[in-house]
Design a protein around this ligand. Sequence first.
Ligand SMILES: *Cc1c(COP(=O)(O)O)cnc(C)c1O
Length: 635
Amino acid sequence: MPKWSINDSAKVYNIGNWGADLFSINKKGNVCVHPTPNSKYSIDLKVLVDDLIKRKIKPPILLRFMNILEGRIASISRVFKNAIHENNYPAKYQTFYPIKVNQQRQVVEAIANFGKKHGLGLEVGSKPELVAAISMSAGNKLPIICNGYKDTEFIETVLYATRVGYDITIVVEKLFELERIIEVSKRTGIIPKLGIRVKLSSKGIGKWSTSGGEDAKFGLRISEIMAAIESLKQNGLIDCVKLLHFHVGSQITKIDKIKNALIEGARIYVEMRRLGVNLEYLDIGGGLGVDYDGSKSSYFSSVNYSLEEYANDVIYQVKNICDEAGVPCPNIISESGRATVAHYSVLVTNVLNNNTQTLMPDFEHILAENAKLSPTVRKLVDIYKSIDRHSLREDYHDTIQLIQESVSLFNLGYLNMNERAHAEWVYSKIIRKINSIVEKLKPIPDELQNFQLSLRQTYFTNFSLFQSIPDSWAIDQLFPIVPIQRLDEKPDVLTSIADITCDSDGEITSFVGENGRTKALPLHKIDVGEDYYIGFFLIGAYQEILGDMHNLFGDTNAVHITFNKKTNYKIDTVITGDATWESLKYVQYDASEILKRVRNNLETDVSLQKVSIEESSHFLELLDRTLQSYTYFGE
Ligand SMILES: *Cc1c(COP(=O)(O)O)cnc(C)c1O
């Protein structure tokens, strides 16, 4: 057999197709991260993680690669610039970061900083997000767009912010908002900067398609827009309307859906101009997708178009329709959240199966003890010895039947614990032997593809799916998962990835594979005492804020890293994950109160001589230490 190479690993995990030229495998067999696509420079993830552990930063660790974030912002602006140039488009493009995708202050701060030279703005959808954006915008004077439902307090705050110099556009999502805006504007004498969100009849596709279409939650119908224009004219505010907005949903997988929405949106822009609304901006919302599984398809974890194609289509369609109508082209705004932040963060954590193998039973001797075995076990042993590629299917079926039989016989009292353990042991040997034969068959017969699942081992991994990758659980979205070391060795254990919550849903059983979705992730057999790490990739969008505290597993440690030529990398920021006391605080427990209560109970027991002073104080010490420590698996 030819030796396993890092190229084989790259294929198995499909890195070339989802990695956007930012991730690769180096000669040492470790995953590395490039500061820019295809850069000759890279940071070795395994070396980085080892260094972080030396700094006492424990897994799970969320790694944020700030060069990638900066690069994505630049790429999105660049592809639009190119498209504008190629199409002779007579207006500008501006990118707005929708902060709901990740509102972490340090992240938004970095985005605001990187975005300055591209004229980036922030998009918000709630009062807390508005306040966050205002705080970020102060120094940078970033423009802000407000979507989402708005009450009077929201509107008043925005109007006064406008008065004191902020550049904020309020997008009208509902007619009742417009009434309030007019009322507050009259009362305060402040002129707002307005946008209107239209409910397109074009729908997106995939999980978020209901964000568009007639029954969408947001936006004004055409007839409502007519009413809004009328009312704004009557109140002398029609010149405040600068922007037309639509958003047909996130992760639009097919380019033709985007085109349909653009055509309808651009037509509405043109018609509104003709009605005397001096719109300057067309805001096409989000929806620019990410190819999570690398299949370049319209499957919902993928997209069938590139960044360049997206930008080109936007500019071309809008120009086409405006030119036809003889109406000036608008400046284009897009609010691409997912596509901006998905790539820059990677969660790395350790697999916990590394110290159990010594406890696995070894029944090798029974293979030589044919006569003494129970008939069921003996039949299994016979299969194990005789199996070859010709008898494969029949033997597989017999094996399944025999293992079921062993359970029935056990339940009836005909098989003892020891014999059932023997059956289990031979069974797994047979399955592995079948697999070694199946692997050489190409293509693998349909019937035996599912067979590989019976081989799948659970790798217990130090993270919470609900905290760190909630979309994997909630909507079965795929995220690439790759071991960060040993990629020059064949990963010959088929696994599923279980987290450490007590929820049976906390397990990943769908993976990005060579040919799309697979039901098992090949990983290496972990040596005793080995620290074996896996990385979860492309998790920068939505996962952090959607993550919850199931079982009170809190925020993970997060580290911001930038590449530099001298020392390879620099740690910019370390954000310590939640300690146990912090997790408890979310559910209204107070650490000192806990210690006080437990101490009081213990003192009663000490006074009754049930517990010694030493035992009591040692226990309190341990409890205190636990309160101070990380919520995840330690030593
Ligand atoms: C969520 C949202 C976005 C971001 O969408 P992505 O698909 O992540 O780019 C943009 N605009 C609005 C109005 C949104 O609600």
